[in-house]
Design a protein. Sequence first.
Length: 372
Amino acid sequence: MADNKHDRDEVKRNGVVDITRRTFLHKSLLAGGAVATGSSVGFFQTLSSMEVANAAMGESFSFAWVSDTHLYPRELNQRFIDKATRAFSEVQAMGDKFDFMIFGGDLAQLGDPVEIELGAELLKEVTITKHFIPGEHDWYLDLGESWNKHFGETPWTFDHKGVRIIGVDSVGRAPDYWSARGMTDHERMGHMSALDGSQAGPWSGLGKEQREWLSSTLSDWPKDAPVIIFSHTPFWECYAPWNFWIRDWREVHEIIAPWQNVTNIHGHVHQPLYNEIGGMRSIGMLATSWPWPYAPEGVPEITKPMLRVDPGDHFDGVGWGNMNMSAEAHVDHQYMMWREQVFGYGRADSGTGDNVNQKLSPRIADRGWTGD
């Protein structure tokens, strides 16, 4: 408790606390310190700022991340629309700060073309350059037909101010498990939207063809130059029962291992989440729709649980991401969380306060496909 008070006092003095990856564990996500920072676009709660890369480069730039809006048709759920609209409006209001915005998947809830079209309409609010990667909720009703029509195919890559930037499809490369079971499109989407690995199959992975593409895409890039890879699901085995991983994460890490400065930014987990494996740092992002709880096992020790949200405030615990790549190739990352009070401490919400849960244990149903 004393440590939490110290961190809150530090926030009150400085407004923002810079948290390197090595001290991130001890900052407890600012212990949920609730301090209002002035902004022309509303209340932003800065929860973290972490150094995740350290090779020299030329120019600094900033970009925004929004994901996991989980839109329903207007007549079914206006609340998620309101939160997505708020995020897009805030990004647009800061538009001259950002070189581009990434939408990180799960725009829709059930992959309905009506939901995808609604999301595309809301995204028109943001006039800066936008790049898109799909989530499983966007994909498994029509196997990406509506998504690709509006937002184009994935993977993609481009170089920007000395950084190789890559977007991958971590959701659409699964083997066909549904035809043999005689599932309709809606049945397939229903199992997928519930993250049911026993029925929905092992859907999350890059697959052999895309791994070969990733290897080729990196082949001409200097080993010490910065790389940012955007994916919907994490590049490590966070929690298999909720599909918080890609099945072929070990094969992917073999590909990227020679590069010393890789940052994977991912959605899907709906919470602050941080991990390191070799030269790669992983940053899990907020959703605009709702915050997931922390998994009962598998959360890396360096992550502190996001604090309990206010059940009476559906804007609490959600938001978007604001990232700056400095001239020294440091990614300074801020969670733009809409939060006004603290309702509990992280250890009350999950088992991440000790090392007992730091293990990998996929269910038998989740072990079948490794991305080949």
